[in-house]
Ligand binder design. Structure first.
Ligand SMILES: Nc1ncnc2c1ncn2[C@@H]1O[C@H](COP(=O)(O)OP(=O)(O)OP(=O)(O)O)[C@@H](O)[C@H]1O
Ligand SMILES: O=P(O)(O)OC[C@H]1O[C@H](OP(=O)(O)OP(=O)(O)O)[C@H](O)[C@@H]1O
Length: 206
């Protein structure tokens, strides 16, 4: 029987992702306060590797991991050659354009400035509608950009809306709904099909 490797994002998605395996044959026991990045489960059915959210798709596309758990936002940004097989139903949020209340998103023959952590995604969205844009890539706290005059609008994730509200910003347009997804390497899906289907069943039944 083939052993599977699954890449899990550290941080908020990782914790929930691991919970899905609890009380199943794939469960692992993590060492408290350990910085260990690879775990085998007791009966060696599966290896878990812990990587940055943005690296999950890379590990899966390259085949180092057979499976991964990652947000749809990362999948949309990276546009990698993988299968997305399951919506895991947690990590729900939305991709939105946000800014000050009266900001116009259509600027004919003029550039709209957009701060974001998701430059490729933003480029494809605005290219499709023919709007000229200048994209300013930020690593976080993107909501600050319009407040400081760095950009007119932002494209970011919104969950509760608290961060926008606390900074005087509003949703100007809803773009996509986001949640955690199970992704699979294309060759693994072919050659380890039955093992992967078993995992899908375990996770899909939660
Ligand atoms: N406010 C939120 N509500 C729900 N899900 C979110 C929220 N923010 C992020 N996510 C989801 O969780 C994923 C990981 O986010 P997290 O904040 O843990 O890492 P990150 O800050 O994007 O990564 P890094 O560790 O590289 O800085 C995101 O890609 C998204 O799918
Ligand atoms: O609508 P809300 O519930 O307020 O959530 C939205 C916030 O959550 C995410 O930030 P995160 O906490 O990951 O911090 P960072 O991206 O600024 O590092 C996202 O980038 C928003 O800033």
């Amino acid at each position: 029987m083939d052993i599977l490797t699954i890449a899990i994002a550290k941080g908020r998605l990782g914790k929930k992702g691991l919970e899905l395996f609890k009380d199943t044959e794939y469960e692992i026991i993590m060492e408290e306060d350990s910085r260990k990045l690879v775990y085998n489960n007791a009966n060696k059915k599966i290896n878990f590797i812990f990587v940055k959210p943005c690296d999950v798709v890379t590990y899966v596309e390259k085949g180092v991991a057979d499976l991964g758990i990652v947000g749809k936002d990362t999948i949309l940004e990276d546009n990698k050659d993988i299968y997305e097989v399951l919506d895991l139903g947690f990590g729900k949020c939305r991709f939105v354009v946000a800014g000050f209340e009266d900001q116009n998103l259509v600027k004919k023959n003029e550039v709209l400035t957009i701060a974001t952590n998701y430059p490729s995604y933003v480029e494809s969205v605005f290219k499709d509608r023919g709007q000229l844009v200048e994209i300013i890539k930020l690593g976080g706290a993107v909501e600050l950009a319009p407040l400081m005059g760095l950009s007119e609008v932002i494209v970011d994730i919104v969950e509760t809306g608290n961060t926008l509200r606390d900074n005087g910003l509003v949703v100007l347009e809803e773009l996509d709904t986001i949640s955690a997804r199970l992704i699979v390497n294309k060759a693994s899906y072919r050659f380890k099909y039955s093992e992967i289907k078993k995992i899908e069943k375990v996770l899909g039944g939660v």
